[in-house]
Every structure is written in structure tokens, then in C-alpha cells.
Design a binder for this molecule. Structure first.
Ligand SMILES: NC(=O)c1ccc[n+]([C@@H]2O[C@H](COP(=O)([O-])OP(=O)(O)OC[C@H]3O[C@@H](n4cnc5c(N)ncnc54)[C@H](OP(=O)(O)O)[C@@H]3O)[C@@H](O)[C@H]2O)c1
Length: 251
């Protein structure tokens, strides 16, 4: 059992805190957002305290602040040499973290999504990946990345999730208009993708293309769909967005 603190108690800190509390860890959180911290106090027995008190009370500290707030909030805090730091903040570099959290020097940067609480969330890890694995595996697989550029590329891929949800919403809305069944359309569309991806073998290079080609054979509706999306430049749009997000994270 470790004493684990959160600086920034918002959307992403909440499921992480719940997951780690369920594993038996002792959780401390900063007060803001006060509604969320009060909920975590009631739900998982989290201690609610000022940022410095959270740092002082913990062995491991999660940094879950919006990037533009990080310097202002972390600069006045005093960390310890023996502390381990987990940052989930996009666009805050390893060098910046080392400066902001000195003399602490044991870091890992990762990109969780909220569904890690129920397991199955891949966690890209730059830095001390073993620290992350000790906290989140076996429920959530940790994938070590070689450098910050690779971590940022994983951040860009994570942004594909809302992008694809947006496309799925368009599809589900079209289905609802055709059938008049809004709930059925949303359920069918969601279950179709989650069921397909759950059944699919993962981790083998080329598997996505193989699954596509098994469906999109000559004369099929599936091939009509993949070709129409190519003609409509959907792939160029996706690659353009990934490149632009990657560049934004470089700066
Ligand atoms: N959301 C995700 O799914 C996700 C996924 C991966 C990574 N991330 C990263 O996680 C970080 C946080 O994102 P988020 O979505 O969780 O944002 P968020 O919900 O806005 O959480 C940020 C938290 O910081 C608090 N805060 C603001 N000023 C503070 C201060 N002076 N002292 C202490 N706490 C303060 C906010 O409180 P108030 O609400 O009172 O301002 C809020 O609780 C970002 O860097 C993001 O890149 C998020």
C-alpha cells in the first residue's frame, strides 16, 4: 500500500484515484475542484488538503493539472528526493518536470483515459514504466515508449478517440433517422464497434488491415464504404490532424 497524492482533482484524476483506492492505496487530493474532492472523500476516504500538504503526505504524486496552470501551481511546492512523480499532463516536458519537481528525480509520464478504472486502457509510459506497471497492471497494460516524441505521438493517437466518437455519432444519428429508434441506433452502433474490437486479436502488426480486407472484398458494401472514405479524403484528414497535434505538442 502506498500513500498517493493528486495535484489537480478533475476529470482524469477521479477515475485514477478510484482505481488506486480499490487496490488498497491511501489517497490524498487537492481541494479544487471542491465538488469532486468532497465526492472522493465520501466515496473512497480520500484526504482533502492544500497542494503542499498533499505532497508532504505522499510517496507518489500524480500531476493532473491543465498544462497552462502547471508552472504556476507547481513552482511554489517543495518536493522530496525520495518521491515518485507521475505526470499525465500533455505538453509538459521531462525537463520542465525535473525543474518543477526538483529534487525529486523519479518520473514517469503517461496518458490515461478515464476507462482505466474498469481496465483495458493501454498506458504509454515514458520514464519509470515499472512504477506505472506496479500501480496499473494487470488490468491496464503499460507500453514503454523510447522518448518524448513517441509519447507525444501516443497523445495524438489518444485524440483519435473523440474524433472517432464524433464520426460514430454521425453514423448513429443517420441510423436513428432511418429507423426512428434513437436509443436502438446508439446501442447498435456502439455495441457493433465494442464487440468487434473486443473479439479482435490485438498486438499483431497488420491485424487491422487484415480485418478490413476480410470484410471489404469485391462487390461488398464494406468495400463501397472504405473506397468512399478514401475518395472523400478521410485518411488525409486524419493524418493531417495527427501531424498537427504532434507539432502542437512539440512546442
Ligand atoms: N481528461 C482526460 O481524459 C485526460 C486524459 C489524459 C491526460 N489528461 C491530462 O490531464 C490533465 C488534466 O486534465 P483534466 O481533463 O482532468 O482537467 P480538469 O478536469 O480541468 O482538472 C484540472 C483540475 O485542476 C484543478 N485546479 C485548478 N487550479 C488549481 C490550483 N490552483 N490548485 C489546485 N488545483 C487546481 C481544477 O480545479 P477547478 O475545476 O476548481 O479549476 C481541476 O480540478 C491535463 O494536462 C490533460 O492533458 C486528461
Amino acid at each position: 500500500m502506498s500513500r498517493i497524492g493528486f495535484i489537480g482533482t478533475g476529470h482524469i484524476a477521479t477515475p485514477i484515484a478510484r482505481f488506486l483506492a480499490a487496490k488498497g492505496h491511501q489517497i490524498s487530493v487537492t481541494e479544487r475542484n471542491s465538488q469532486v474532492s468532497a465526492q472522493l472523500k465520501a466515496e473512497i476516504g480520500a484526504t482533502v488538503a492544500a497542494p503542499q500538504s498533499v505532497v508532504d503526505a505522499c510517496d507518489m504524486v500524480f500531476l493532473c493539472l491543465r498544462p497552462h496552470m502547471a508552472t504556476e501551481i507547481l513552482t511554489p511546492l517543495t518536493f522530496r528526493t525520495d518521491q515518485q512523480i507521475i505526470s499525465v499532463m500533455a505538453a509538459i516536458s521531462a525537463n520542465e518536470l525535473a525543474t518543477l519537481c526538483a529534487p525529486a528525480s523519479d518520473f514517469v509520464q503517461t496518458i490515461p483515459l478515464g476507462f482505466l478504472q474498469s481496465g483495458g486502457c493501454p498506458l504509454a509510459a515514458f520514464g519509470n514504466d515499472r512504477l506505472l506497471a506496479g500501480l496499473f497492471e494487470p488490468e491496464n497494460p503499460v507500453i514503454k515508449v523510447a522518448d518524448e516524441a513517441a509519447l507525444n505521438a501516443h497523445f495524438a493517437i489518444c485524440a483519435m478517440v473523440p474524433g472517432f466518437l464524433d464520426l460514430m455519432t454521425t453514423g448513429a444519428n443517420w441510423l436513428a433517422e432511418e429507423t426512428g429508434d434513437v436509443h436502438g441506433a446508439e446501442f447498435f452502433t456502439t455495441q457493433l464497434f465494442s464487440g468487434f474490437l473486443t473479439a479482435m486479436e490485438k498486438g499483431k502488426a497488420g491485424q487491422l488491415a487484415e480485418e478490413r480486407d476480410a470484410l471489404a472484398t469485391d462487390g461488398t458494401l464494406s468495400l463501397q464504404m472504405t473506397e468512399a472514405l478514401r475518395l472523400g479524403k478521410a485518411h488525409e484528414a486524419l493524418l493531417g490532424a495527427l501531424t498537427a497535434i504532434g507539432k502542437r505538442l512539440e512546442t
